[in-house]
Design a protein around this ligand. Sequence first.
Ligand SMILES: [Zn+2]
Ligand SMILES: [Zn+2]
Length: 345
Amino acid sequence: MRAIAYTEAEQYAVAELEDRPLSGTEVRVENLAVGLCGTDLHLHQGHNYPAYPLTPGHEIIARVIETGPEVDTVSVGKLVAVDNVVYCMDCVRCKKGEFNFCERRRSMGTKLPGGFAEHAVAPAEKCYPIGDLPLEAAVLTEPTACALHGLHMLQVPIGARVLITGAGPSGLILAQLLQHSGAASVTVAAPTAIKLDLALRRGADAIVQVDRHDFTAAAPEIAAHAPGGFDVVVDATGVPNVLEGLIPLTAPGGTLMVYGMAGPQDRISLAPFEIFRRQLRIVGSFAQTFDFGRAIDFLAAGKVTAEGMITHRFGLEQYRQALDTLADPACVKAVIEPNGPVLDR
Ligand SMILES: [Zn+2]
Ligand SMILES: [Zn+2]
């Protein structure tokens, strides 16, 4: 089967790889639609602790084509969303039910072979049937699951005035989920007009165009949407300069969530007095744990919609082009179709 195969950072080929045998509890899937996201670009550059040789791709929608002898939960032919994260279930964290901190946590597409290949192997228990959910919507399952984990971390107070920075897929999904989670208003601030326009149609009550490099210039315009400050602020950009600018916009007693992924070397400057005096809460949100089922429910109910979000589709051979597209402001969500076109054009 053909797969994107990295031997080291930035070094990959579309290679012919052997299908490996299945264990009793695994399934083999044919990858149909696999979302590409910023994490894949970080991986391309060698960040995020990849294990080589590596086939990336962690947002996997696939068809089951073979099952191990002990599998009785999914059958051949089923369309599934594959939860990419595998826990050891045996370490001190797993035994406390704190799976996200599993000492041997591994993820398909980072440490295990992922979805940018014709086939992948996954534990059967990680396959969530998508029913008749269209592939265009299903391909948002993993990012929606991560956003739901963010909501668990946020504990949104009823009637909260919410600010989200970033209007990529994560920002757009978070805006939709927050509208169903007790927010009184959702304001989205981002640089790109077409994404802001999409945000307005996908859950935002107000939008503000900002320059990421000069974020504070737009602060008065953003602040006007929540006099006294935003109760909940979510940064989905991972840009340090933006995070710094969000502290003054957070209301006393409010919560700032670090959702976007920054580089490991990035730093921000904070005034501890602000956090102390105004009792600010700063929380992180990393990936997801067991949120796939809920994500599929939200997508199936149409409360999170993919409409207008999938802007680019590529085959495996066009992987380089796909990575380059991530930097294009016109790209909202790019999807790899490893076995040929399956998504609506
Ligand atoms: Zn992703
Ligand atoms: Zn563990």
